[in-house]
Design a protein around this ligand. Sequence first.
Ligand SMILES: Nc1nc2c(ncn2[C@@H]2O[C@H](COP(=O)(O)OP(=O)(O)OP(=O)(O)O)[C@@H](O)[C@H]2O)c(=O)[nH]1
Ligand SMILES: [Mg+2]
Length: 398
Amino acid sequence: MEIVILAVVIAVVVIGALGGLVVGSRRKKPLPPAPPTTPDITAPPAEPHVGDEAETPREEPRRTIEEVDLPGGATVVEEAPAPPAPAIEVPEPTAGRLVRLRARLSRSQNALGKGLLTLLSREHLDEDTWEEIEDTLLTADVGVQPTQELVERLRERVRVLGTRTPQELRTLLREELLTILVPEFDRTVKTDSNLDTPGIVMVVGVNGTGKTTTTGKLARVLVADGRSVVLGAADTFRAAAADQLQTWGERVGARTVRGPEGGDPASIAFDAVKEGIEAGADVVLIDTAGRLHTKTGLMDELGKVKRVVEKHAPLDEVLLVLDATTGQNGLVQARVFAEVVDISGIVLTKLDGTAKGGIVIAVQRELGVPVKLIGLGEGADDLAPFEPEAFVDALIGD
Ligand SMILES: Nc1nc2c(ncn2[C@@H]2O[C@H](COP(=O)(O)OP(=O)(O)OP(=O)(O)O)[C@@H](O)[C@H]2O)c(=O)[nH]1
Ligand SMILES: [Mg+2]
């Protein structure tokens, strides 16, 4: 009897324990790694499976420029499918940018204008004073030839003027600085092709001058103006270079054509233009690797990039990016680049960080090519069209 009771007790305990285990295991079983009861709201609607994930980016249709919502565009996306696509920025309009950024220019350049005005206001403009004026201009990298011309003209006009009020001197200096900046240069960045193909712009220069940044900023300017842009990452020295450009592009919805690290830059540039043509883009911007003008091999490579791209269509604009802080060495660079790729415009960067704004005058003189854009900071919209009048006003104040 006792054995029977014991057996029953054991049976009950065992069944209970088993039941518990079963329940316990039942409780555990419905908890797979990704519980269906708490759907991941960030997951794309297509519900990719673990194995699919690696494939997804490749399978996805690549984002094309047509999908970009241009400012003022007619299409408004009503549905809110929440794919975690990066928000596309709408860059600032370019009109009046130099005026907005003028404070930066005057901060760094004011010394030049103020210095000149102070010297010119001296009661006796003797030989020493004129020499000081010359030195001030030379220190600001205006260059020997333009400095001499400027001083000669000022001397002559001051002599003719006789008495001089501060206002007269200011007007005089303003006019002469403006003249030496050649205001009649056409400074529009040519991004329109006369053909059926997109406008093609190539950006060149020595290392670290701001080519990629400028290309990115320029893409923003174009997108803000309602143009569609394809970027070509023809800097294959470092994968990071293409990433850097692509990041700029993604911010405004421009796609980037890139190739393998160490690949042939000419073929990437060629592909970028091909892509631009196929996509019906308005402009293709080609960023190139920084190269020292003294390295003939690299300079030849740049010449090749140009020739290969021109199998599609002629380049509409070749922008040489010069770092304003490098001073006179920039002129030597400019000369060599101009020989190899026929520069059509100059971008002077980092003018926010130097008092040597005179390089604008010197470089235009040296190449006979206009400064078209100036960089006034690292911010995305810190690129301005170069306007001689606004520049001179920043130098000497209104
Ligand atoms: N202050 C200031 N910094 C600038 C300006 N333009 C570019 N830079 C900075 O200069 C540095 C170099 O810029 P990049 O655009 O990478 O130069 P890069 O010519 O493409 O360089 P490489 O491709 O290595 O030859 C970055 O830190 C930029 O933010 C400018 O106008 N003002
Ligand atoms: Mg670069």
